[in-house]
Design a protein around this ligand. Sequence first.
Ligand code: FES
Ligand code: FES
Length: 173
Amino acid sequence: MKQCSRDHQHTVRLTLNGAARSAACEPRMLLSDFLREGLGATGTHVGCEHGVCGACTVQIDGVAGRSCLTLALQVDGRRVDTVEGLCDGDGPMSDLQEAFKRHHALQCGFCTAGILMSCDDYLKRVPDPSEAQVRDMLSGHLCRCTGYTPIVAAVLETASLRRQAATTPHPGD
Ligand code: FES
Ligand code: FES
């Protein structure tokens, strides 16, 4: 295993939302702090900082995970996706984000970035989830505002619209 001196800064190189990025950090720095303070990616929120609330969820090599339970050094050479990567700059929001907007699936929005990153990963793996499955997936996130029902509706609608789009023939097919 690579040895890191606690007294030195170490350079972490990663692909963040499709772009090559790098910054130096101490070995003990959390990925959540590295994203926000080292790389300016403040879309990822920090709540409990011990793995309970889910606000800090990002995707590491495509898999949702807690950035407050991950050291920045652990993503060296890997791909990290955050809520900023769900849409293209000032371009249109993703279908999942649009569904959240339609269903009023956020109020203060503090939990939303993490929930979106979990849902985005989940829908790629489970394209036709039941309501119970969506609620089970969301059990890894704390939301104080919404009561979850509009979030569940947004996720189920996104899944349904994606399935419809996948089975609709395109002109020229
Ligand atoms: S801030 Fe990471 S789980 Fe709460
Ligand atoms: S929208 Fe406020 S905590 Fe979820």
